[in-house]
Design a binder for this molecule. Sequence first.
Ligand SMILES: O=C(CO)[C@@H](O)[C@H](O)COP(=O)(O)O
Length: 221
Amino acid sequence: MNARINPSILAADFANFERDLNRISTADAAHVDVMDNHFVPNLTFGQPMVERLQEITPVPLDLHLMIEDPDHWAPQFAEMGVFSVTFHAEAATSPVTLARKLRERGARAGIAINPATPLSAVEEILPHFDQLLIMTVEPGFGGQSFMADMMPKLAKADALRRSHGLETWLQVDGGISLDTIELAAANGADTFVAGSAVFRGDPGEQIAALRAAATAAPHAH
Ligand SMILES: O=C(CO)[C@@H](O)[C@H](O)COP(=O)(O)O
């Protein structure tokens, strides 16, 4: 299994993004949590900030938009040349049209679902997406506990993509650490967002350890 590790810069030092991005240069991508204080009760990065991060990052940017009205805002983020843009199913009005717009602008298109949102909400539209993000915490803050009860949903998503021959990546986000990554990998995740677990220790070492643990996990296929 090809395990991708995307550190969340929500756990980086906000006064030292250039230094901390360089510390995760062995990661597959940097996960950037854009929060608008409406869709979630927290406020992080706006467009000028993401634009600047895109200029200085040594790794691709994986944007996670926890915002209202992604139909309006997401294409503008995609135009910055970022690697991927993921928006929430709960917030979008026309997700398929939006996925097409993101791809037209050169970004991989991702759709995210909150813990309370069932897989059925995205089942039919999954073929239009490059990535499905299954939240393993309530979105909004880093440092929360991994919700193991999301594993049946993850396993179902994995079975669905395999039965339809889809190449959709399955991303998990929230509480991913050396204690939880194997369980997520065993249930079908291939892309892992980790904030605290990476930046709490030596980021390079943590990335390598997380990748090795996910790769070694017994996997359904
Ligand atoms: O989207 C979010 C939180 O809403 C995440 O990306 C967190 O930043 C993950 O942090 P840890 O749980 O790994 O500390």
